[in-house]
Design a protein around this ligand. Sequence first.
Ligand code: MN
Length: 130
Amino acid sequence: MPCTVLIVEDNELNQKLFADVLDARGYDTLRTAEGVAAFDLARAHRPDLIVMDIQLPTVSGLEVIRWLKDAADLAAIPILAVTAFAMRGDAERIYEAGAEAYMPKPVILSAFMDQVEALIGGKARRPDPI
Ligand code: MN
């Protein structure tokens, strides 16, 4: 079974970009633009990785990271946080909340995929099409 990555991103273009690049590499994706829905999807599907935007419309991505890391059954899922308007102290706040990795936007896709694969650690993906 291929790995599943949950993409939490309210910017439609970024959401599609992340989904397309992950799909092209053979990962299944789930997507949402909202933090409460992200938590519910994580619980329902137990993804192998969560890509978490920090600037979200209702609940901050930082808060959702804390919920996930406080949930015994979800805490082990690695989280790659992404944030626009990177400011001094962002990385510290993000790591303090419990994320395993952090990338400022605009995300460079090759670096993004390197980070994803480092976090997923060689778990299964769909075979390359012939
Ligand atoms: Mn956003």
